[in-house]
Design a protein around this ligand. Structure first.
Ligand SMILES: NC(=O)c1ccc[n+]([C@@H]2O[C@H](COP(=O)([O-])OP(=O)(O)OC[C@H]3O[C@@H](n4cnc5c(N)ncnc54)[C@H](OP(=O)(O)O)[C@@H]3O)[C@@H](O)[C@H]2O)c1
Ligand SMILES: [Zn+2]
Length: 381
């Protein structure tokens, strides 16, 4: 008889579900990452994950994979099973059809159409449901989804590459390349894993970046560039057709909008964002323009001015800081965050449980800054 309370065994199977879910990172928006395993007599007999919006949900993928009679089995899933018709029928129906008798869930789905109702539906049908197993890991996995549902803002990851003395370019503006090959490949994986990418005007003009993912198995994020005055030359690479992903130019109302004509025929949209008193685009407005397209996460690749204004507005959720064993010097050489910054050390932001990766001679330090978005309390639903 399967156990009623969460235990080490439940956590082990949940960890497998989370591992499966992670395989679709960057592919499921606006849906969460969901992985699932089905267990009979302590052995996994079915595995599945939600590969992309419109495809089978993790639970259904695992049921299809299991093949055969699932009467009396257990099902482990990191996210509450849905109970509504979306692009696909409710997973609760699919589970009830199998005769599965115990369901273990990581987090409650904060989506108001579900929010505990999936669990209620299963319990009402006599299935034993345990909720909150590896809750924090499940929430961390889907932090962009939780933030999007709660705040209608994308999860903001800041990325930069700096020399050991903390510079992101020379005083003359040269920044290619600070880190080595391995670190730069890692950046392409980050692009692959985020729904959107964003750079400021200075970076757009200085570096003429493509902002694409150059990995064989990668896909491009939707490319956002701040160009408040619509001044960037139309032959810049981000405006060219070397990507399946569109480019979105964020401009102010005051820009000369007749200049949009330059993009005729290209996959380029121009979106107006309100400007603040200093004439810069409102940082929250920039993020809202991203989430309006159902993009759950954005990788901000600089420069220091844009990152500084996001940091000052406390809008950065996660950082990826690459550090190269190289010295640049120069009081005028740019650093990762400009803006106002903070006054005293006790106001400095710390990464929670930072991860350190060695990438060739370079190092990557990454982790969340501030709180993870909350999930509904399993006790309250
Ligand atoms: N090593 C690295 O990882 C890395 C990464 C990126 C960039 N870089 C280097 O950084 C340099 C560019 O950085 P940067 O700081 O000059 O420029 P930036 O941050 O790319 O762009 C800043 C400009 O964007 C416009 N803007 C509009 N709204 C804004 C807002 N809310 N917040 C901030 N800016 C806003 C302003 O231009 P207007 O006043 O014209 O409106 C502002 O001057 C380049 O040398 C580049 O090579 C290095
Ligand atoms: Zn579902």
């Amino acid at each position: 008889m399967p156990a009623t309370q969460p235990n080490e065994r439940d956590e082990r199977f949940m960890a497998r579900a989370i591992e499966l879910a992670r395989r679709a990172t960057g592919r499921t928006r606006p849906n969460p990452l969901v992985g699932c395993v089905i267990v009979r007599d302590g052995e996994i007999v079915g595995r599945g994950f939600h590969a992309r919006a419109g495809d089978a949900h993790g639970e259904v993928a695992a049921i299809e994979d299991a093949d055969g009679d699932l009467e009396g089995c257990e099902l482990f899933v990191n996210h509450e099973p849905c109970c509504h018709y979306g692009r696909t029928p409710p997973c609760t129906d699919a589970i009830l059809d199998t005769g599965i008798e115990r369901v273990v869930v990581g987090t409650i789905d904060p989506d108001p159409r579900v929010r505990g109702k999936g669990i209620e539906t299963l319990r009402a049908a006599g299935i034993e449901v345990v909720c909150g197993v590896l809750e924090e890991e499940s929430r961390r996995l889907n932090a962009p989804f939780f933030k999007y549902i709660r705040h209608r803002l994308p999860w903001v990851a800041a990325k930069w590459a700096m020399s050991l003395d903390g510079k992101i370019a020379t005083h003359a503006g040269d920044s290619r390349w600070i880190t080595g090959e391995t670190a730069r490949r890692r950046v392409h994986r980050l692009r692959d894993h985020h729904d959107a990418i964003l750079v400021g005007t200075g970076t757009l003009l200085a570096d003429d970046p493509r902002l694409t993912c150059r990995l064989d198995d990668g896909r491009d994020p939707v490319r956002f560039v701040v160009d408040a005055a619509l001044q960037a030359p139309a032959d810049h690479r981000v405006f060219q057709h070397d990507s399946d992903a569109p480019t979105v130019v964020l401009a102010s109302e005051e820009a000369d909008h007749s200049r949009r004509d330059r993009f005729a025929g290209a996959d380029v949209d121009v979106v107006t964002v309100a400007a603040d008193d200093n004439g810069w685009l409102n940082p929250r407005g920039i993020l809202e323009a991203i989430s309006e397209r159902e993009l759950l996460s954005v990788l901000v690749e600089g420069g220091g001015t844009l990152l500084g204004s996001l940091f000052d507005a406390e809008l950065v959720d996660y950082v990826y800081g690459f550090v190269a064993p190289r010295l640049i010097g120069g009081a005028d050489a740019p650093t990762p965050f400009d803006g106002h910054g903070i006054d005293s050390m006790n106001m400095s932001r710390r990464l929670t449980d930072p991860v350190v990766e060695q990438l060739g001679d370079d190092v990557l330090i990454h982790g969340p800054v501030g709180e993870l978005p909350t999930a509904p309390d399993p006790e309250e639903v």
